[in-house]
Design a protein around this ligand. Structure first.
Ligand SMILES: NC(=O)c1ccc[n+]([C@@H]2O[C@H](COP(=O)([O-])OP(=O)(O)OC[C@H]3O[C@@H](n4cnc5c(N)ncnc54)[C@H](OP(=O)(O)O)[C@@H]3O)[C@@H](O)[C@H]2O)c1
Length: 262
């Protein structure tokens, strides 16, 4: 299937590991030039090298925290300066800690808002005017199955991320006339460091080992296993491609059937 992604330019936020990394490499394999960020340089540089070496694309990287909106704007401007356009923007960030409601602090609520809702606003503000100029664009947010079905012990994620759905649906309406599609991808349990982190937190409270936690989680998933990050990335690539030109304002879960709603 021709994706039309060759020589497009994509920002992929929080892309040195996990789902962000898999998305960067999947887009690179389609010939898309990349602009990547994360807080730490080592893993980020490795992804950039892999994309250049394996797929011959250009890669621009910067290290910063996506909660810093001035850095997000500077990054987008630098990407535009370097490549001349920004076609695709995939927003992403680390997830908030797993805690019961009673354990959460106001500082953690503020941080979850900054990371998992406000950072998306920053990226949208920074990239949409560039996409409007060219009357083509794809904004894709990575959230979680939590936007449809609350996940136990993830009260911060369950609460803050639902705001992304309102943002995505509203922006899709506003920017549709500019030929910009705006969609959200909600991963279910995906085999990355994030799940290892959740397994460790769970082990401290329940006494179950990390592998027992993962087996327990997998029992509830109709496909009987966690996702590979590449399986989430493939859906993001499709949404970014010409093949998804009439899809906007949607949330697509990549959860192996875990969400039971209609
Ligand atoms: N894995 C799952 O099962 C799952 C399920 C549902 C939702 N999600 C959500 O999907 C997102 C990605 O998850 P993942 O599993 O791919 O996580 P991951 O493997 O832990 O990778 C997180 C990536 O984000 C970067 N990052 C984290 N915080 C950042 C920040 N403040 N600013 C810039 N970069 C940042 C990390 O690099 P640095 O540390 O160097 O910054 C790393 O590259 C998270 O929001 C997660 O909660 C994951």
């Amino acid at each position: 299937m021709e994706t039309g992604l060759r020589n497009r330019v994509a920002i992929i936020a929080a892309s040195s590991k996990g789902i962000g990394r898999a998305t960067a490499l999947a887009l690179a394999s389609e010939g898309t030039h990349l602009a990547l960020c994360a807080r730490n340089a080592n893993a980020l540089d490795q992804v950039a090298e892999e994309a250049r070496h394996l797929h011959g694309v250009e890669v621009y990287t910067e290290t910063f925290d996506v909660a810093e909106d001035d850095r997000v704007r500077q990054f987008a401007d630098a990407v535009h300066g370097r490549f001349g356009n920004i076609d695709i923007c995939v927003t992403n960030a680390g997830g908030p800690p797993a805690k019961s409601f009673a354990e959460t602090t106001m500082a953690e609520w503020d941080r979850a808002y900054q990371l998992n809702l406000r950072s998306i606003v920053s990226f949208a503000q920074a990239v949409l005017p560039y996409m409007q100029q060219r009357r083509w664009g794809r904004l894709i947010t990575i959230t979680s199955i939590a936007v449809k079905q609350p996940v136990p012990e993830l009260i911060l994620s369950n609460s803050v991320r639902t705001g992304v759905l309102g943002l995505v649906r509203s922006l899709a309406t506003q920017y549709g006339p500019d030929n910009i599609t705006i969609n959200n991808v909600g991963p279910g349990y995906t085999a990355t460091d994030r799940v290892k982190e959740l397994a460790q937190t769970n082990a401290q409270t329940s006494g179950r080992s990390a592998s027992e936690y993962e087996s327990e989680v997998a029992k509830d998933i109709p496909l009987g296993r966690l996702a590979k990050p590449e399986e989430v990335a493939d859906v993001i690539v499709w949404l970014a491609s010409e093949r998804a030109s009439y899809i906007t304002g949607q949330t697509i879960l990549v959860d192996g059937g875990l969400y039971r709603g209609l």
